[in-house]
Design a protein around this ligand. Structure first.
Ligand code: NAP
Length: 483
């Protein structure tokens, strides 16, 4: 199966922070892959902008190295790389000063799509928006792409929304959550809303509970200083896991238009119950044999920041009342795995008797590794030994189901940047959604801060703290194994 690539219209994409880690690791390699796929028009331009004193040649050299490092061998074609680099430009600029803006104003074409990617620290988002407006670089249709974190609480998110709104209309603002760019996440919507099979049973009557896991094997590494001010709740739950929960729980939108989808996600966030302290487990990883602990990377030897969190979340609406969503995410765990797992209820009565055993259906939507889906169904164990039931997987790993070309899906950043150029906001967070997510998150964080709660320690390479197992055990349930 060969994927169809529709070229986007011509654009000028300015990447503020074009010399930074995200730009070099994700954004520019992603754009190169779109160029290779034939999606980037020949007259489109990418303009790097940062304080470093570079010219076009210096920037191209830097990005050539980034492509060598971050694009797989089979996708690196020297001629294509040269052609891509020829579409790159650079202009020095300081977000906090007035120099360089007039040069940028002359550089950016007015007759093509204009997009400005804020790949800089969040403290500069407001400066960039204000100066783009003040120097009349952006027009009423220009798009700005804002990276995470979008605020650290409701107050700061509101302030940031307000400063962006001074210069840009909501339809111009693309708040990135790269989880929404993942193929499987979009497939979750297709599975739910393009098949008759699931939606009628997608509710509390038939679903026992849902587990959403994002497990990482890496620790905080060199990001200890940043992470200490954030923690798993702010860094992962408030945005990524919240978005996955919304897409799993939302009502069918009337169409696939950006606001129709985002209205439904917002309703889910507003229906989330406050979380009680005994429904949350916070953890912090201990030292391994190399004495590499969370604390070793923190500037504060007494840090109470969580590198792990597990929580039970209830949604108060007709569809979900009584069906909990269990969320967990953590660093230095025993496997790298992201998945949404829907555990259906058992059949109300087994005609095969207790000794045959019974299993509930489970639908696992895997974001990584091996993007795909796996539905476990109960069948008869083959053989003459009587009626014994086993559950077996109906596995749809995209790479197996669609062949290598079908599975050769763009990375989340590639897809999202192309959506920006196409002017499609469906997979980006709206301002009110982000604020609602913080409004739910703030009291939880304020609760443990005011009580002085400490995270419980857990050993690296495990599934996290024992207490997290208990969170499900006491409800008669078990976490899926982290592999
Ligand atoms: P980074 O490596 O520190 O890069 C920051 C960039 O901003 C550099 O290009 C820097 O270049 C530029 N910069 C700094 N101060 C500036 C100023 N006053 N005016 C103009 N440019 C300035 O950071 P990053 O990791 O790429 O992260 C960028 C953003 O993406 C952050 O908001 C981060 O939270 C977010 N993010 C990053 C990742 C990731 O994997 N790295 C993932 C998700 C989100 P000069 O020093 O040359 O000015």
């Amino acid at each position: 199966m060969v994927s169809r690539v529709i070229p986007v219209e011509s654009f000028d994409l300015v990447i503020f922070g074009g010399t930074g880690d995200l730009a070099r690791r994700k954004v520019l390699p992603g754009l190169y892959r779109r160029f290779l796929a034939g999606q980037m028009p020949e007259d489109a331009r990418i303009i790097g902008a940062a304080r470093s004193d570079l010219d076009d040649t210096g920037f191209r050299d830097m990005i050539r190295e980034a492509i060598d490092e971050f694009v797989s061998d089979d996708k690196r074609d020297p001629k294509v790389i040269d052609a891509f680099l020829a579409q790159l430009h650079y202009t020095p600029i300081d977000a906090k000063g007035e120099d360089g803006w007039d040069t940028l104003a002359k550089l950016v074409r007015k007759d093509v799509v204009q997009a400005f990617y804020f790949s800089v620290g969040p403290s500069l988002f407001g400066d960039l928006a204000t100066r783009l407006h003040k120097h009349k670089i952006a027009n009423a249709e220009s798009r700005i792409v804002v990276e995470k974190p979008f605020g650290r609480d409701l107050e700061s998110a509101k302030a940031l929304n307000a400063v962006l709104a001074d210069s840009f209309d909501e339809h111009q603002i693309y708040r990135i959550d790269h989880y929404l760019g993942k193929e499987t996440v979009q497939n979750l919507m297709v599975v739910r809303f393009a098949n008759m099979l699931f939606e009628p049973i997608w509710n509390a009557q038939y679903i026992d509970h849902v587990q959403i896991t994002v497990a990482e094997t890496v620790g905080v590494g060199g990001r200890g200083g940043y992470y200490d001010k954030s923690g798993a709740m702010r860094d992962m739950i408030q945005n990524h896991l919240m978005q996955l929960l919304c897409l799993t729980a939302m009502e069918p939108p009337s169409d696939f238009e950006p606001d129709a989808v985002r209205d439904e996600k917002l309703k889910v966030i507003r229906a989330l119950d406050p979380v009680k302290p005994d429904s949350i487990v916070r953890g912090q990883y201990n030292a391994d044999e190399d004495q590499d602990s969370y604390i070793a990377h923190s500037e504060n030897p007494e840090s109470k920041t969580e590198s792990y969190i597990a929580m039970k979340v209830d949604i108060s609406n007709w569809r979900w009342k009584g069906t909990p969503f269990y969320l967990r995410t953590g660093k230095r765990l025993k496997g790298r795995m992201s998945e949404i797992v829907v555990h259906f209820k058992e059949v109300p009565h087994s005609i095969f008797g207790e000794e045959a055993g019974s299993k509930a259906n489970v639908l696992a939507i895997r974001l990584q590794p091996d993007e795909g889906m796996d539905l476990r169904v109960t069948i008869k164990e083959p053989g003459p030994g009587g009626m014994r039931l086993v559950d077996v997987p109906l596995d749809m790993t995209f790479a197996d189901a669609l062949g290598p070309e079908g599975a050769d899906v763009p990375d989340a950043y590639e897809r999202l940047i192309m959506d920006v150029i196409r002017g499609n906001q469906t997979l980006f967070m709206r301002g009110d959604e982000v604020e609602a997510a913080w409004a739910w998150t703030d009291p939880i964080i304020n609760g443990w801060t005011s009580r002085g709660d400490k995270p419980v320690p857990y050993d690296p390479g495990t599934s996290g703290p024992e207490d997290a197992l208990m969170l499900l055990h006491r409800d008669g349930r078990r976490w899926r194994e982290i592999k």
